[in-house]
Design a protein around this ligand. Structure first.
Ligand code: SAM
Length: 262
């Protein structure tokens, strides 16, 4: 089946992606829960457990949207402090020095994120920093961060290679790059089911909840066009990262790619 596949010019791609996130900024978290059956929460937990956040960490979450990943990073830092695991090796001010930057191109998403942070009582001090910016041209100096995450963000950018080279540039030596993204299912039977779900059900949910079928149709098509796991790992290596590997979750519905700037 062709599923109505079509080429989308770059300007239209930017408009469709922008539409999705502006039209659903306030419903974004609900949409995630509906479309993934709540699984996105577990996938993000897994992403952050691989990051192994620590007090004093300087972290950048790109395409951070409404803050889901950033909140988990901060939670993990607080848990670390409470358990006292790293306390001995850190001075008392360490917590004050933890910074989690949430960078997103869409201010509406960031606004929702800020209110959520307030409700959760997170990031009261200076630990959460909200930044409107483009993943392809980050407004940070070289060698700034210990960690970089991008969750469900890289698939929809115009130039994946620019995002990767920017992530490499802003990480310090030893810094950890992690990317959580919808990917490619290998098992042919599961793939048929998954294709049916993505191409028939997701656009209908988009229509029903966000009143925007086309943009969701486009987002689903973009999963197909995104490089396969091995190819994406190669791109990460080409950006300069080392010890690159990936983990498939739910048979490749999503994959977490990891690499280090060494
Ligand atoms: N990371 C969040 C999460 O997992 O819940 C949000 C993911 S959402 C699917 C994708 C986000 O990428 C949107 O908030 C969108 O505004 C942002 N985005 C798209 N293109 C971007 C770019 N070039 N630079 C930064 N953010 C971008």
């Amino acid at each position: 089946a062709s599923f109505g596949f079509r080429e989308v010019p770059e300007e239209e791609k930017e408009r469709l992606v922008g539409n999705v996130f502006t039209s659903v900024a306030s419903k974004y978290d609900l949409m995630n829960d509906i479309m993934s059956g709540g699984l996105h929460r577990l996938w993000k937990d897994r992403l952050v457990s691989k990051l192994r956040p620590f007090p004093g960490m300087q972290h950048l979450d790109v395409a951070g949207g409404t803050g889901d990943v950033a909140f988990r990073v901060l939670d993990a830092v607080y848990r670390c402090e409470q358990s006292g695991i790293l306390k001995k090796s850190l001075d008392l001010e360490a917590d004050d020095e933890t910074r989690v930057h949430v960078c997103d191109i869409n201010p509406a998403m960031l606004e929702v994120g800020k209110s959520r942070a307030k409700e959760k009582g997170l990031g009261k001090a200076k630990s959460l920093v909200w930044v409107e910016g483009d993943a392809e041209a980050l407004c940070y100096n070289d060698n700034t961060f210990d960690g970089y995450t991008i969750a469900f963000g890289i698939r929809n950018v115009t130039h994946i290679d620019k995002v990767l080279s920017e992530s490499y540039r802003v990480l310090r030596r030893g810094g950890h790059f992690l990317c959580l993204e919808l990917s490619h299912v290998e098992n042919p039977i599961f793939k048929q089911l998954y294709d049916f779900y993505s191409f028939s059900i997701i656009p209908s949910i988009g229509d029903l909840v966000a009143n925007d079928k086309n943009s969701y149709q486009y987002l689903v098509e973009s999963i197909r066009k995104f490089p396969r796991q091995e190819d994406f790992a190669l791109m990460i290596r080409q950006a300069g990262f080392q010890k690159v590997d990936y983990e498939n979750l739910v048979g490749g519905v999503v994959a977490i790619h990891s690499g280090y700037k060494l």
